[in-house]
Design a protein around this ligand. Structure first.
Ligand SMILES: Nc1ncnc2c1ncn2[C@@H]1O[C@H](COP(=O)(O)OP(=O)(O)OP(=O)(O)O)[C@@H](O)[C@H]1O
Ligand SMILES: [Mg+2]
Length: 207
């Protein structure tokens, strides 16, 4: 459908998504055909929505409100930034995308995978990543890397059982979409994970 390649980086809190994206930025530095984005965010409107979602004062936010806000932020990012870039043949690398909503809201918050997948397809008008790198690490191990959950982040404060459900959700997504999702073991050193990510991307023509 598009000339470019759309890559998403997924996984539980603290598994090293942003660390790996930073290494990919270094790897692709100087290239003007590679665009890096983070979700929720990436446009002025989407960044404003991100602040509402993550605000610890918004404790009363219900699950449906949360999933609609994510979808709204995503719709703007897809239309304003991702689709134009892919049309121009760029590689777009996004730190979190629809699978985060599916794992967190669909599976862990219990809103249901069908509802979340329907909303995602509306928000993306059927845009699907070409490759999704799932950094696979148990949430307890990932949190201990960060020295515990971030007190200023409402979702990180959601508790251990919630994050275990997120992890199980990601595992189900990887099983359901094997042609798109590559599971990369994320328990090794930063460099080991980086080389595994690069190998997975090269294998799928992202280089
Ligand atoms: N392979 C690794 N081994 C050890 N520590 C790591 C590794 N990868 C990342 N870290 C460290 O773990 C912490 C979390 O990493 P990072 O912020 O990249 O995770 P994240 O998946 O982006 O988290 P979040 O979901 O909160 O955005 C950081 O302190 C980072 O330096
Ligand atoms: Mg991050």
């Amino acid at each position: 459908m598009f000339k470019g390649k759309f890559v998403t980086i997924e996984g539980c809190e603290g598994v090293g998504k942003t660390t790996q994206v930073e290494l990919l930025k270094q790897k692709f530095s100087g290239r003007d055909d590679v665009l890096f984005l983070r979700e929720p965010g990436g446009t002025a409107i989407s960044e404003s929505i991100r602040r509402i979602i993550l605000d610890v004062d918004n404790k009363e936010m219900c699950g449906t409100c949360e999933v609609l806000l994510y979808s709204a932020a995503r719709a703007q990012l897809v239309e304003q930034v991702i689709k134009p870039a892919l049309k121009n043949g760029m590689i777009v690398i996004c730190d979190r995308f629809t699978d985060s909503t599916l794992a967190y809201q669909g599976y862990a918050r219990g809103l249901g995978a069908d509802m979340v997948e329907t909303l995602s397809s509306i928000a993306c008008s059927s845009l699907v990543p070409d490759v999704t790198i799932f950094l696979d690490l148990d949430p307890a191990a990932a949190f201990s890397r960060k020295g515990g959950a971030d007190k200023s982040d409402r979702l990180e404060q959601a508790g251990e059982e919630f994050h275990r459900r997120v992890y199980r959700g990601y595992k189900l997504i990887a099983q359901k979409y094997p042609e798109r999702v590559v599971s990369v073991p994320a328990g090794g050193s930063v460099e080991e994970v980086h080389f595994a990510v690069l190998a997975a991307l090269e294998e799928r023509g992202v280089k």
